[in-house]
Design a protein around this ligand. Structure first.
Ligand SMILES: C/C(=C\COP(=O)(O)OP(=O)(O)O)CO
Ligand code: SF4
Length: 401
């Protein structure tokens, strides 16, 4: 499929919208009330620090809603405002935060159900409005919705579209796109749908395996089993790794994306010689600024003397999980929660350890004066962070009593 031509023709259709509808003022009011926090503003103004009830909160200097999320959520609200009576659907969570998705449900935005791993679009009729989330949607989904005669409101973050453009460039030159990402993640599903040939690597470890295969060859069956679900139809590692381009899910660990890019550059140089590198390797910088800033701020914060960290964001949020990874790497006790309600009475906390299921920690707030580092993912509203901080103060006050 000529995905570039399809996107171009879609963008010219009167049923396709990728900007707001001019209701910024009305929407700003709702967004401020629902998502902003005066406490967080106070902490920002106080050099990202606040002390109460024996707790010093140290907030990361970059955290919370990124530009792309703010934009996507605002467009979704504008869509409701603009189409007050039409049925509105969203192909997925708008972003990975439960409270934001709930706000949209409360405004009668329907979420497409997933049955046995497949989205059920049968509920969508001609004339319905369908919102594509900030991660984007696969080109096949866009085509299906366009064929159905829906009005499409595309909130895909331009940083994500930038990655799609890189993948188009790989395709044009017949390079296989090596995508650093999670093969099930909506953004990576969308990105890979623009590629002709692709292979998705989750981390540096997997990238090293591929690099070794390129240089030394290996067991083809083992390769295919290791990457099942993570390559394009008909992909052959013995043929399709001669020319590779690098792409990424925008919210991966920045340092890892960089290492993977360098690894493949070196690999192709070793295999084909430095003079031939350009015929075998393509890379564009597509790490998004917001991801960089939040991870850099976290790296700074974990250098301070903290008793513990609380990382706030959706459990399926890739960027939030990477912030948690940074704290764990530093061996700081760190708790990933998705909302303030996880902070339970009696010095207990329900949290999600990296890669594990929800568990309850007992006596998680140490006695005496403590310093608590706080950060939140790019999809977490400040209001959620405020509620969590309030609860920490409250619990500590109760413990003192
Ligand atoms: C929309 C988006 C990032 C916003 O944070 P999210 O937490 O919604 O998404 P992700 O970190 O990718 O799981 C994609 O770059
Ligand atoms: S994290 Fe980056 S790519 Fe993702 S929505 Fe935010 S600005 Fe866009």
């Amino acid at each position: 499929m000529d995905t570039k031509a399809f996107k171009r023709s879609l963008q010219q259709s009167e049923n396709y919208h990728r900007k707001g509808f001019g209701h910024q003022a009305e929407v700003a009011d709702v967004m401020n009330t629902a998502y902003q926090s005066s406490l967080i503003q106070q902490i920002r103004d106080n050099n990202y620090r606040l002390e109460r009830n024996g707790v010093t909160i140290r907030l990361a200097e970059a955290f919370g809603f990124c530009w792309g999320v703010e934009r996507a959520v605002a467009i979704a609200y504008e869509t409701r405002q603009h189409f007050p009576t039409e049925r509105i659907w969203i192909t997925n969570e708008i972003i990975h935060n439960p409270s934001v998705n709930q706000h949209l449900r409360d405004r009668s935005v329907g979420f497409i159900a997933v049955e046995q791993g497949q989205k059920d679009f049968s509920v969508v009729d001609r004339g319905d409005v369908v919102i594509l989330p900030a991660f984007g949607a696969s080109v096949q989904e866009m085509q299906l919705l366009n064929d159905k005669g829906c009005k499409i409101v595309d909130t895909t973050c331009p940083w994500v579209s930038k990655v799609w453009n890189s993948v188009e460039k790989h395709k044009k030159k017949d390079y296989t796109s090596i995508i650093h990402g999670q093969y099930k993640h909506e953004e990576t599903v969308a990105t890979s749908s623009f590629a002709d040939k692709y292979l998705i690597v989750l981390n540096l470890h997997q990238a090293e395996y591929v690099s070794n295969y390129i240089i030394n060859g290996g067991d083809r069956d083992e390769f295919m089993a290791k990457f099942s679900n993570a390559y394009s139809a008909g992909f052959d590692p013995d043929v399709d790794l001669e020319r590779v381009g690098i792409a990424n899910q925008t919210t991966m660990l920045k340092s890892e994306t960089e290492q993977i890019g360098k690894l493949f550059e070196k690999t192709m140089m070793r295999k084909f010689g430095p003079d031939n590198l350009n015929e075998h390797f393509l890379s564009f910088n597509t790490i998004c600024d917001a991801t960089q800033e939040r991870q850099d701020a976290m790296l700074d914060l974990v250098e301070e003397k903290l008793d513990l960290m609380v990382v706030i964001g959706g459990f399926n949020s890739s960027n939030t999980t990477h912030l948690q990874e940074i704290a764990i790497d530093k061996t700081i006790p760190s708790y990933h929660i998705d909302c303030a309600e996880r902070i339970l009475p009696g010095n207990r906390l329900e949290h999600k350890p990296l890669g594990g299921d929800l568990v309850i920690a007992q006596n998680w707030l140490p006695e005496g004066k403590i310093v608590v580092g706080i950060t939140s993912g790019a999809s977490t509203p400040d209001k959620v962070v405020e509620d969590a901080i309030d609860r920490i103060f409250e619990r500590k006050a109760t413990a003192v009593v």
